[in-house]
Ligand binder design. Structure first.
Ligand SMILES: Nc1ncnc2c1ncn2[C@@H]1O[C@H](COP(=O)(O)OP(=O)(O)OP(=O)(O)O)[C@@H](O)[C@H]1O
Length: 404
């Protein structure tokens, strides 16, 4: 990305996959949730709002502990003690559900309106249970469904997505990891939920299985099996491949949301830019490039910093960043919460300054791992077009140069 950006380049140009005339699928507003019972509550979600249009895949990224899984649990109405939702509302198809304290959540929403594919789901299936028994259990949990109807529906769905129907007769250990994850994804959407929340669905998969799962999710969206997906992972290359927009979370809040390409090529929050700077890639053309860690560590959410929560680790922090909450710059679908961005709306993020801020240098690590990376490099680059995730330390112009 070269030259000056206009306001429209930065905030005004986003049209979702459904494009003009699209309908809003989800409005989740002012979600606040905390883990209690340990003395001081850990507020893992602090006044977070998320909006999705029909047909969209929204990726959720961020370091470990920033609140991604908590957001998934709250949005899917699966918050259980010690996690308590303090406030918030979820609106799907115009129906509003208050989910804060004192509000009862209708059981019918879980699974049929919003479905959660939890982290590690594919490894938590009972080894003595055939896939067909799991299908029957899941369908019965959501209403009185005849055994044969449940199996017919699962068989049709499996076939329509190009998987062999015999997987229904298999035990989990008879399926490869990739097949198991695709099967469990199909089962979690048998009720045609409006929104699927998939928490780290690709993390335990090899790259070709990741690609197959991503393609299947897109196929399911096109077939309107569900109308939107929230895809949670810390893996930015995978998110860049799968998501229409990416929300970058930090310390229980959303720092930035933008179209996936924009997050990668023109991040508007120093934290998003720092995350990109920290991506380690085995691409042979760029692995000699320095990779920069983010100095420090995410804060303890029982006692987060005042103002912008990223300010203690931010190379661009100004006086006001520690004193006040940052301004919301943008609109519902595309924004960054940042004082620097508000003051510099047309200026590309100074990647070199962010890189210089840290003394964590992984050059040696890359050199050591380069030999081992050789075998995997081709597949990985093909999957995620990782070169796009490889900002150099020399600013945006150099980043473009790296990709050539
Ligand atoms: N059961 C729990 N009890 C207390 N605190 C918790 C619990 N689960 C999570 N937390 C805290 O809530 C915060 C958010 O955690 P969460 O699991 O949502 O983050 P995450 O971004 O999904 O992390 P990861 O990528 O490691 O899964 C963290 O500070 C974490 O320590």
């Amino acid at each position: 990305m070269t030259g000056q950006l206009t306001d429209d380049d930065v905030w005004g140009s986003y049209e979702s996959r459904a494009s003009a005339g699209s309908n809003r699928l989800l409005n989740a507003t002012n979600l606040t949730a905390a883990y209690g019972g340990f003395g001081r509550d850990v507020v893992a979600l602090d006044d977070v709002s998320v909006h999705i249009d029909e047909g969209e895949i929204l990726g959720i990224a961020g370091e470990s502990g920033c609140g991604k899984t908590t957001l998934g649990s709250v949005l899917s109405l699966n918050a259980r003690p010690p996690l308590y939702v303090r406030a918030g509302a979820i609106e799907i198809d115009g129906k509003v559900q208050q989910i804060g304290q004192g509000h009862k959540v209708p059981r019918t929403w879980r699974g049929s309106v919003v479905s959660l594919l939890p982290q590690g789901a594919m490894n938590s299936i009972s080894p003595t249970m055939k896939v067909s028994s799991l299908v029957i259990d899941v369908m019965k949990a959501h209403g009185r469904v005849a055994r044969n109807d449940a199996l017919d529906r699962a068989r049709d769905r499996i076939e329509s997505l190009g998987l062999p129907p015999r997987v229904l007769d298999a035990y989990p250990h008879q399926l490869s990891g990739g097949m198991r994850q695709r099967v469990i994804t199909i089962i979690s959407t048998l009720l045609n939920p409006r929104l699927l929340i998939a928490d780290e669905p690709t993390s335990a998969l090899d790259v070709s299985s990741q690609k197959q799962l991503i393609e299947m999710l897109k196929q399911m969206l096109d077939a309107k099996i569900m109308s939107g997906v929230i895809f949670i992972t810390h893996d930015l290359p995978v998110l860049h491949e799968v998501a229409d927009r990416i929300a970058v979370m930090y310390a229980g809040r959303i720092a930035e949301i933008a179209p996936a390409d924009d997050i990668v090529e023109n991040p508007r929050h120093p934290y998003s830019a720092s995350l990109l700077n920290a991506v380690l890639t085995p691409d042979p053309q760029i692995r000699t490039r320095r990779v920069f860690g983010i100095p420090g560590a995410p804060p303890n959410l029982a006692n987060p910093p005042t103002g912008c929560r990223f300010h203690p680790r931010c190379a661009l922090a100004m006086e006001e960043c520690s004193a006040e909450d940052p301004p919301h710059v943008g609109n519902d679908l595309v924004y960054a919460d940042c004082f620097w961005t508000a003051k510099n709306p047309d200026v590309p993020m100074p990647m070199d300054k962010l890189s210089a801020h840290t003394n964590i240098d992984t050059e040696e690590l890359i050199a050591t791992e380069a030999v081992g990376a050789d075998a995997a490099a081709g597949d990985l680059v093909e999957l995620g077009d990782l070169s796009k995730l490889a900002p150099s330390s020399g600013g945006n112009q150099d980043r473009d140069g790296d990709r050539e």
